[in-house]
Write a protein that binds this ligand. Structure first.
Ligand code: PEP
Ligand code: MN
Length: 344
């Protein structure tokens, strides 16, 4: 349940309601809004009666939250959450573009690709230093050496870094280097990892599990937020279906659903959805048109030599073209005098 306080409710009235909720054995989480405070009731074991609180001084209304997720729901926080990383906004007015190789393979490879994506207008650099691979015999990532290369990319190109953490053992290390910590599709329901991410002060990019429903995905975000981290970016990356013409099936319908249900920014990764380069651009354009607030795209200057996901990586000139298309789509959706977000 959500208890919405009057605009002019006094601090003491908010405190009283919090005490009344806690006296019922539940946890009260006050959420400051633009002009009023709402109080979320969390961890209630049974039904909560609206009448317990609706007559209390300062209470405007009580809203039954029927969804399993609370903190991430739009009912709880009606306005879009905007996450700031440096001077880049995620979930703001303009789409954010994260781009780079699947894996950091070498210093030269990362620097070359970073130069291309920066020039094309990417806002954030991606690259895996810890790689979740289907085969234990495939390249597993450069680990800390890769993180150091990413830190160098950040310094040289002024691009914030998003990179994946695969397990708790490496969390502190990845957290120290990354600007945004990625949790991949295979770990979306790794609850101990989600709890640890909830204790971080860095934003978390949470990919949708390849077989997860939207509710399960939002509940994974709820795990992170219930530990105090409100900086969560949701990333749709395709779900597993029976089709064979693409690696996964991009579930674009999830974009408007998540935007309706949650205040968190949602972006799309067309690369892992498609699996093939020729599908990436159309899916990316469609994602933005469907309301995605950004993209995560794999780019490689020599994809035939890539140690992972070369087949789905865009060539630098294709990526540059995509950035232009995305800016054009965003101008159609957001007409007006505003400038698009410029790369830092
Ligand atoms: C990735 O982005 O590097 C990745 C492995 O993606 P996913 O978790 O979506 O498969
Ligand atoms: Mn990849």
């Amino acid at each position: 349940m959500l208890i919405v306080m009057h605009k002019n409710a006094a601090r003491a009235e908010v405190d009283n309601v919090v005490a009344a909720v806690e006296a019922r054995g539940c946890t009260a989480r006050p959420i400051p809004g633009g002009d009023r405070v709402s109080i979320a009731i969390l961890y209630n074991q049974g039904a909560v009666e609206p009448g317990w609180f609706s007559g209390m001084p300062g209470v405007k209304e009580t809203i039954a939250v029927t969804r399993p997720y609370k903190l991430v729901s739009r009912e709880m926080h009606p306005h879009d959450t905007v996450i700031r990383v440096g001077n880049i906004e995620i979930g703001g007015r303009y789409p954010v573009i994260m781009a780079g190789p699947c894996a950091v393979e070498s210093r030269d490879q990362a620097m070359t690709i970073a130069g291309h994506v920066k020039k094309a207008g990417a806002h954030i650099f991606r690259g895996g230093a810890f790689k979740p691979r289907t085969s234990p015999y495939s390249f597993q990532g450069m680990e800390e050496e890769g993180l150091k290369v990413l830190a160098e990319v950040r310094g040289r190109f002024d691009l914030p870094i998003v990179t994946e953490v695969m397990d708790i053992a490496h969390f502190d290390m990845v957290e120290a280097y990354a600007d945004i910590i990625q949790i991949g599709t295979r770990n979306m329901q790794n609850f101990s990892l989600l709890k640890r991410a909830g204790e971080s002060e860095k934003p978390v990019l949470l990919k949708r599990g390849m077989s997860a429903t939207v509710d399960e995905w939002l509940m994974a975000a709820e795990y992170i937020m219930s530990r105090g981290n409100t900086g969560i970016i949701l990333c749709e990356r395709g779900i597993r279906t029976f089709v064979r013409h693409s690696r996964n099936t991009l579930d674009l319908s999830a974009v408007p659903v998540v935007r309706r249900e949650s205040h968190l920014p949602v972006i799309v990764d067309p690369s892992h959805a498609a699996g093939f380069r020729d599908q990436v651009m159309p899916l990316a354009r469609a994602a933005c048109a469907a309301g995605a607030q950004g993209l995560m795209v794999e780019v490689h200057h020599a994809p035939e030599t890539a140690v992972s996901d070369g087949a789905q990586s865009l060539l630098p000139d294709q990526f540059a073209r995509l950035c232009k298309d995305i800016r054009a789509i965003s101008r159609i959706l957001e007409p007006g005098p505003g400038k698009e977000q410029v790369a830092p």
